[in-house]
Design a protein around this ligand. Structure first.
Ligand SMILES: [Zn+2]
Length: 673
């Protein structure tokens, strides 16, 4: 214990000194220390003040937060059986610790005392925000309720977590239950070689001959996109859409109804009109009414374009295969065929222009031109794997802005996808501005003996996206760590990331870095045009689909669901304005809508489109003034990237943009108006 590196002071994470055996003892010791820090606050005999209570609470557990972020970051990027086993022990310890804190009545009484005087305390805007955030963490967890109602709330929470678990288990079982087993080669017509190989392998694993396709995305999506056999596509699509809707032991209809009703009851208990009112209180969108009118405004504008695209697709399918009525199982298939006809652009043609090394330099140059940041690779910082690159990030005055870690390639022990995270938050404490340590983790194509790492265009935009989150972290400039960097409302956090993707489509940016890895030739203009056009291909239909999910989510969570008896009928009514294809009576979306009934997106599905509106509208200002215009960049840095969650996001946005976000910008960019 004495030599446990997680219990010593350190600046950058001491990866090379940490052994797996250090985590559990360090984290339990640090939890105990943090509890003692909290006890010191609650046993203080002085009257509660902002400083001795709210700020003091904010300052607890600093070393614990650092240790847990190292641990969970490793569990995502460089894990093994041992780490996973430790996670099984650490997670409940942390949950228990945070539950105990939120149920600590003495602590809440002190915070409440300060909260009641909030307008007479002469607090800065940031301090106001911190006080509000701390108070709400308790009140939204039931701290203001009577003991009897508190017990009721705990009962609802326990029931909800059980129901969500069952919902997910049913979907998983339904997914695993179905397979499409093919033994006739002609049934594979249209499918790419790699997809056929994977299906043969799946069959082999199941001890079967021929080919097996499943409802897992990597099998299902290519089948629906490429398989020529319409009857088989229909079979797959109906199986996919009927998950949790077979009136058997895996049926989710009752689970959906119970989850919706319990959420409503929970919200009422806490004094909110509906679950959506409860959720949206801490979102930029604020209220269900605002979300609904946001979705409706987009619908009204996007629907004519979507209908037109649908008619074109129908005509195309008729010409190609004599199909009279386009069904759900035809959509992906004919979209792909039409796309090939119109664009004839594939990744293999583009990849030579996107060597990873060049793309990294490109994104660094963009950050330099916009925000005056300079990245220098350094080799004296401890890392958890030799693949990781480390950088010092400095400003024009040569002051340190951040430490930046980048981990680009897949390996065993790293989960899928791409993400940004941090090892140390930014904060200003005792007059000292402590700079953050930020990391991005990706799974990009690896270099081979003969070729460097060449990225697909999708990987290029992914890198810009995660780097946008990283800028939000690196440029943070606030006092309190819990309001710093990406600690913002959930429907605001994708603005810095999504906006940066826009630069990938600009000639001025591509000329900086999109050069052929052998010849050095800049990417041809014709390719850039095609990238842009194909990005908005059938965008109207895609928009309508996203809106339909957002509307279904709000229908379930925006009002009292106790009168709903028939899940399918309720869903059909909610979909009324958004459907292009005929309804499939065997199918139900709600019974497998994991995002909202299992995951964290309830009353939040709208935020996908919301974030797109923000980034389109914000980027429109850059487009208007020049994509590297220093004044606009300064405002974006000053009012968005550096401010974290210190102010209401709408206020921050208006300070930057001079107006509220305008959905028209998204519709224009998507070519829908
Ligand atoms: Zn993101």
């Amino acid at each position: 214990m004495k030599n446990n590196p997680l219990l010593q002071p350190y600046n950058t994470a001491p990866f090379s000194k940490i052994e797996n055996a250090h985590f559990l003892p360090a984290i339990s010791k640090l939890i105990a220390e943090t509890k003692a820090e909290i006890d010191a606050i609650t046993s203080n005999t002085e009257t509660p003040t902002f400083k001795n209570t709210v700020e003091a609470l904010e300052n607890t557990g600093e070393q614990l937060d650092r240790a847990t972020s190292i641990f969970f970051n490793l569990n995502s990027a460089e894990t093994n059986d041992e780490i996973q086993k430790i996670a099984q022990e650490v997670s409940p310890m942390l949950t228990e610790f945070s539950n105990d804190m939120l149920l600590n009545e003495t602590l809440f009484e002190r915070i409440k005392t300060v909260y009641k005087q909030k307008d007479s305390l002469n607090l800065s805007e940031e301090q106001h925000m911190l006080l509000d955030k701390k108070y709400k963490a308790f009140s939204r967890n039931g701290a203001n309720l009577s003991d009897e109602k508190k017990t009721e709330l705990r009962k609802i929470d326990a029931e909800l977590s059980k129901l969500k678990l069952t919902f997910g288990e049913n979907i998983l079982a339904e997914t695993n239950k179905f397979e499409l087993h093919l033994t006739t080669k002609s049934d594979l017509s249209g499918l790419p070689e790699g997809v056929i190989e994977a299906a043969a392998q799946t069959a082999q694993e199941k001890g079967k001959d021929g080919w097996v396709f499943t409802l897992d995305y990597p099998s299902y999506v290519p089948f629906m996109t490429y398989a020529d056999n319409r009857e088989l596509r229909k079979k797959m699509a109906i199986a996919f859409g009927a998950k949790g809707f077979h009136n058997d032991e895996l049926d989710n209809q009752q689970n959906v109804l119970q989850i919706a009703n319990l959420r409503h009851k929970r919200a009422n208990l806490l004094g909110y009109k509906s679950h959506a009112h409860f959720v949206l209180e801490e979102r930029m969108a604020e209220t269900p009414e605002k979300v609904k009118s946001f979705l409706n405004e987009l619908l009204e504008k996007a629907k004519p374009a979507a209908q037109k695209e649908f008619d074109e697709l129908t005509t195309f399918a008729k010409e190609l295969d004599g199909i009279d009525h386009l069904e759900k199982w035809d959509g992906a298939y004919y979209s792909e065929k039409l796309k090939q006809k119109l664009f004839n652009l594939d990744d293999e043609k583009l990849k030579p222009y996107f060597e990873l090394k060049n793309v990294i330099n490109g994104v660094f140059t963009v950050a330099e031109k916009l925000y005056g940041l300079h990245f220098e690779e350094v080799h004296n910082i401890d890392k958890y794997h030799t693949d990781v690159k480390t950088y010092e990030v400095k400003d024009d005055e040569n002051e340190l802005v951040a430490i930046f870690y980048a981990d680009f390639h897949p390996r065993a022990g790293k989960r899928n996808g791409a993400w940004m995270t941090s090892y140390k938050p930014q904060q200003i404490k005792d007059g000292k501005n402590d700079r953050p340590h930020i990391s991005i983790v990706c799974n990009f194509t690896k270099p081979t003996a003969s070729k460097p790492s060449l990225l697909t265009f999708n990987e290029v935009t992914t890198l810009f996206h995660e780097f946008g989150h990283a800028l939000h972290g690196m440029l943070a400039n606030t006092h309190y760590p819990s309001l710093s960097g990406t600690s913002v409302y959930w429907d605001f956090v994708e603005l810095p990331s999504q906006i940066l993707e826009n630069w990938c489509y600009e000639k001025e940016t591509l000329e900086l870095f999109a050069k052929h890895y052998k010849s050095g030739e800049v990417i041809p203009m014709e390719y850039i045009e095609k990238i842009k056009d194909s990005a908005t291909f059938l965008e109207g239909m895609a928009t309508l689909r996203q809106l339909s999910f957002g509307m279904l989510d709000m229908a379930w969570h925006g009002s009292d669901p106790s009168g709903i008896a028939d899940v399918k009928a309720f869903e059909v009514a909610a979909f009324n304005d958004t459907q292009l294809y005929p309804d499939v009576k065997e199918n139900c979306m709600s019974t497998s809508f994991s995002h909202i009934f299992q995951g964290g997106y309830s009353a939040g599905y709208y935020s996908y489109k919301w974030a797109e509106v923000l980034d389109a509208d914000a980027f429109a200002l850059f487009k208007q003034e020049g994509i590297f215009n220093k004044k606009v960049a300064d405002r974006f840095k000053g009012f968005v990237l550096s401010q974290g969650g210190t102010l209401d996001p709408m206020e921050l946005y208006i300070k930057f943009r001079g107006q509220k976000p305008d959905p028209e910008a998204l519709l224009k960019r998507a070519g829908l108006v």
